[in-house]
Write a protein that binds this ligand. Structure first.
Ligand code: TMP
Length: 226
């Protein structure tokens, strides 16, 4: 275990943006450089949250309405934060999380038409002070993303989940909402062109992460971050 303070990096974007590929690439690279890295995802990532994941993704919660779904995402998130993410950060781990609070802002808040006060309150309770140091938003047109997600679904024969099934206009609205997040929180949220070559996307992400990552003691002085 190294002695640096942890770093919380989240990845966001529409369906089929290429988040998992990029997370794995970044994780391998950071590990080779000597960082302790935890790769996790939402909804899920802890025992309690994984129990809620299938209820949300196979559509069982859909009939109870978007508020119910948002509360379930928040419950899963809080368990994930308290059981897994916060302890890992306290140990100096670099945490790479596939989706986090911004997915709720966009999917339930914007395209679910939930009133901002409701999602803001849920977010506060769910994250309980654990906010990403940087959020990489991988941007692809909805049509391209859905085609990629469809291919992936037919490969692992999982089929589209409750959210992938929605209309293309809804997916386009989400893309816009993610892009707007980068404008409203430019320090935290960084837009990356997901249509670029995989290597180019990986390099862009690495440069963004290097700019905020605390250095390992052997490679330089501690940045004192977090
Ligand atoms: P994924 O594992 O393929 O990313 O699927 C997760 C799905 O759940 C994706 O369609 C986005 C959706 N989602 C929300 O609607 N709200 C959330 O807060 C999170 C974390 C995910």
């Amino acid at each position: 275990m190294n002695q640096v303070t942890g770093c919380f990096i989240t990845f966001e974007g529409g369906e089929g943006a290429g988040k998992s590929t990029q997370i794995n690439r970044l994780a391998n690279l950071l590990r080779r450089r000597g960082h302790d890295v935890l790769v996790t995802r939402e909804p899920g990532g802890s025992q309690g949250a994984e129990a809620v994941r299938h209820v949300l993704l196979d559509g069982q919660a859909e009939e109870f309405g978007v508020r119910m779904e948002a509360i379930l995402f928040a419950a899963a998130r809080n368990d994930h934060v308290e059981q897994i993410i916060r302890p890992a950060l306290e140990e100096g781990t670099v945490v790479l999380c596939d989706r986090f609070m911004d997915s709720t802002r966009v999917y339930q808040g914007v395209t679910g038409n939930l009133e901002p006060a409701f999602t803001e309150n849920l977010e506060r309770v769910a994250v309980h002070g654990v906010v990403p140091d940087i959020t990489i938003i991988i941007d692809v047109p909805a049509k391209t993303g859905l085609e990629r997600a469809r291919k992936r679904g037919s490969k692992d024969s999982s089929g589209p989940d409750r959210f992938e099934k929605e209309e293309i206009v809804t997916h386009e609205k989400r893309r816009e909402a993610f892009r707007e997040l980068c404008q409203s929180e430019p320090d935290r949220c960084k837009l990356v062109d997901g249509m670029a070559k995989e290597d180019t996307v990986a390099l862009t992400i690495l440069e963004l992460v290097e700019a905020i990552l605390p250095e390992l003691p052997s490679t330089g002085a501690k940045s004192g971050k977090r």
